[in-house]
Design a protein around this ligand. Sequence first.
Ligand code: XCC
Ligand code: SF4
Length: 640
Amino acid sequence: MQLFCNPPKSTGDEKVTEKEFNVEAMSIHKDAQAMLHKAKQEDIETAWDRLQNQSPQCKFGDTGICCRICVMGPCRISKKAPLGVCGADADVIVARNFGRFLCGGAAGHSDHGRDCIEALEAIVEGKTKDYTLANPEKLLAVASELGIATENRDVMEVGRDLVDVFYSDFASRKKELAFLCRVPQKRKEKWQELGITPRGVDREIAEMMHRTHMGCDNDAPNTLLHGARMCLADGWGGSMIATEISDMLFGTPTPKKSKVNLGVLKKDQVNILVHGHNPIVSEKILEAVNDPELIELARSKGAKGINLAGLCCTGNELMMRKGVPMAGNHLMTELAIVTGAVELIVVDYQCIMPSLVQIGNCYHTKMITTADKAKFTGAEHYKFTMENGSAQARAAVKLAIEGYAVRDHARVDIPIEPVDILTGFSNEAIVGALGGSLTPLIDAIKAGKIRGIVGIVGCNNPKFKQDHCNVTLARELIKKDILVLATGCVTTALGKVGLLLPEAIDQAGPGLKEICGSLGVPPVLHVGSCVDNARILQACALIANELGVDIADLPVAASSPEWYSEKAAAIGTYAVASGIYTHLGLPPNILGSEVMTNLAVKGLDDVVGACFAVEPDPVKAATLIDTRIKSKREGLGLAP
Ligand code: XCC
Ligand code: SF4
């Protein structure tokens, strides 16, 4: 058997030697650097090592000109062979590949949304005792927004109608998604004109798979336009539904304190990490770790208690609503295990590296999977359903407690003290902080005290020094009086360097400092997980409606400096299609097509009123975004 902990050295001399091993070039964070050293000493491979082993990466794949869509191929485009066997050129091949890439992302968010509908359905149909409606007010508010009668009606009855509306958003029978009622009129007209009004979520996803079958959509711009429609169905459909239902089930986030980095792990307690995306699993684990019986059991095994911390997006969900501390973002997931202090990782789906099982095997760390659609070879599967969530969560926590007894305390290293953060800025909470309406924010934008708003979202990617771009961009923007909204893995990056604290206003420009200072909020607001980017869409729509303009007219932008996933590309695409200029730190695999590249970074601006900008240097990216914000401000007749 091949032991992962002592991986065979790869044949080439490309392997990083101990001397070249420069942790400062791999991550900006002290906790990451310490664990990278520990991993090296213990001969444990991480994503950084594997990237090295994969390098140089395939140029055909990198530029998107390798086609595997049929078995006349695979075909790859070169000077010598500019057409695939079927006659497809680089533009068609890149467009089809990118279409399917976006499809994976839209499907991921949206299938998560569907799971939320099923959860809500089980509650309103009285089919679960394990889950309840923590926030009936939100259910009623959303229902009435979507035109469902609420007066003098039982909330469960209203909920059943709402479930029907949400399910039909996934089907093909609707003309447009229900939440399009939130979209400014001008934007909706633009979508109609272009024929990209998103209809059913599943319909757009299936149609993309159809279009990109051999012999269908062989016109790159046309494929990209459908990509825009499909991603709009994600942002204004699947993701928005996921966010709104999660608020109904577990509460709308309100400002609260929490802590971030590997220092949230506890030396003398049973440590459990939740990883993935859907709070339906992680909320149950949170309940179980607070069960006095289980805490007593942990004590009987010599632990002082049970400690729960989050990773990635389900961590964001728990942090936003319950203040549960965050151990780390994407590239910290492997390193969290390297502390030697983690008994158990409970996962649902998305962004979970298969390597976690392998690294867990080098310690006493167990991994539990919970979704039939996301099993990992070598992990234990505890299927979570609406009927058994509480019991499964307790069983999982018991497994972790047993694990504590076999922890090798000599191998434990928790390298850092945690950093405080302020989290919980849902739109409702922001409006609350502003005294009940968005008017003070809009006035601040008009007065130029807040010059614009930028959502920095997304991931880590070992191709970048971890979190360098995420953090530098945020610092540069707040200096320019631009309010930053953070979601997903960027949150942890910014939290770890103190940007999610009110004191961070000292790093902001004078206007932003004044406004955030008077409200007692940080210049960077944590608005949630990746599906919660729907909150940012909604906020943009609210501001645009208030001003009577299109979203594309607003001094706003989005950025994903260190993105890696299909989901991040889908988010970027729905942002652009919604009229939001979007910066990416590295390009998607489309550079092999001039048509696609030009459309993405320029042509789309004439079509949907926004485009992508690709810039790896975060300081230059801040300048690009600032220039865009200036021009939008001038367009609204405001001082730049
Ligand atoms: Fe995944 Fe959402 Fe990216 Fe983090 S930010 S690595 S997509 S967990 Ni969404
Ligand atoms: Fe080659 Fe065309 Fe088949 Fe793609 S669809 S693999 S380009 S023959």
